[in-house]
Design a protein. Structure first.
Lengths: 283, 283
């Protein structure tokens, strides 16, 4: 018997679709139900094997689920989680996959029934792609990746443990952190790189774009990500992002001063230090 | 008969080694001679099939060459090119592969015999890797890549044409530009991304490094490049690099203001514009 019975995925895009593919490939659920607003997206998800069944109605879709994964764009997560919490059975786990956690968790605490809050825990799988949609979903997207799970004082410990088991069953390792700490960290490790990649593209005069090579293409790759989605993420993590940006500007100023002053040993030391750190993190 | 007779490569690292491998694989030269200061490096190059013969003595190594490629670190290029120009036959082409061109071309014009200057043209293959050494050389490194060739008023047009033929025979496409224009462009398309990648690494607090994902690893990949080499490049292109940095800081300031002011439509427009540009350049 599979470890989970019915798993409902709300929003079957890249992440939701990849979770569905992995669940089905690993035989972890009796049924994977895809929930979405557009029949066309659900049909794509059915066609690529990410879900067993499609539902347009959230209430109906989550009614029999023992696990609900809300994989909608971050701006819709609070509403979808609250709707799911109002419709699931009292033993079900509800989680999300949003790239921010503090705004989402606070919004859900404010909007959902107090009694249902114990059933929710936020999650953020640190995996993705600048491409979107179920057509880019991959069964191994989470394999070997980290998922941050962010319980609050309202989350029951058995629900947090179940979320951990769920993500581990997909091949991920789980780290638990409070929502605020997650957002501070991700501002530096994810949101800032996205912002800087876009700034680098904008700072490259058009007439020189034919001269870019792998240094530029690597450094700017994430600038191809979905602008609407990333604007939502930035808006939900404004303070931490500005803090991370300040730290970057400080480093840039420092390098700028070194270059202006022709202090090449300072520059080489800075590059050496960054290389040492970067080398510890693989290719 | 191969199109080239003896090709001498001065400095058989990643780029020099890759050129040697490509020449030998494509049967383009009767003999590929590797010239270096350390027997151990030359033996590595021989072992991986990048060269036919090793020479420690530059004069001897280039004497019979019809093409000399100086693939030394940028700080040594001027000396090595001048030494080669003083030792080659009067019909030979001498070129380099340095990442900067204005300082190198000006240094050579100052230091070499005036009569020999017509035999030199600067080159910069826009290909590389943050890994170095002949052990990372690849026969296809230049395949489909761009090589910028930077003739000056001293370069004979037949030598510039021969350089173009040489790079094209390795599968590259050639763009001709004056050395200054090359450096301006490359400051934006290559040198700045390297600088920013290092700054991003330095701006990431150590305790959060375990939470990085592909966004961060892509954006910072080139921070693993050789610090000494890149310090030389920055020092040879100081003015253009500072100009490129100013343009980046302007973009960052603009994004910072938008985020502070919660002007999310401005932010989304900026991300959208960068995405449109980035999308034209492939993955």
């Amino acid at each position: 018997m599979p470890p989970f019975q019915n798993i409902a995925i709300v929003g079957v895009g890249l992440i939701g679709g990849s979770i569905g593919l992995a669940l089905r490939k690993r035989g972890l659920a009796a049924e994977v139900i895809g929930i979405g607003r557009r029949q066309s997206s659900l049909e794509k998800a059915l066609a690529c094997g990410a879900i067993d069944r499609a539902e347009l109605d959230m209430k109906q879709g989550v009614a029999s689920a023992d696990v609900v994964i809300v994989a909608s764009p971050v701006a819709s997560v609070v509403d979808h989680v609250c709707l799911a919490l109002a419709s699931v059975g009292s033993q079900a786990l509800v989680t999300d996959v949003g790239s921010t956690k503090a705004t989402i968790c606070a919004g859900i605490e404010k909007q959902a029934e107090q009694a249902s809050l114990q059933q929710f825990v936020g999650s953020h799988p640190l995996a993705g792609d600048h491409r979107t949609g179920p057509e880019n979903a991959r069964a191994d997207l989470l394999d070997g990746k980290t998922v941050v799970v962010t319980p609050t004082k309202n989350t029951s410990s058995s629900i947090a443990a179940r979320a951990e088991t769920f993500w581990e069953s997909l091949g991920a390792r789980v780290v638990q952190m409070p929502p605020d700490a997650h957002d501070e960290a991700l501002a530096a490790t994810s949101h800032l790189p996205h912002l800087v990649a876009s700034a680098l593209v904008a700072a490259t005069p058009d007439e020189w774009l034919s001269l870019v090579a792998t240094g530029w293409t690597d450094t700017t790759r994430v600038a191809a990500a979905d602008p609407e989605l990333w604007t939502q993420i930035f808006s939900q993590n404004q303070t931490a992002l500005l803090g991370a940006l300040d730290r970057l500007v400080e480093q840039i100023d420092h390098l700028r001063e070194g270059i202006s002053a022709e202090n090449w040993s300072q520059i080489q030391d800075a590059l050496q230090k960054a290389k040492r750190t970067r080398d510890t993190l693989g290719n």
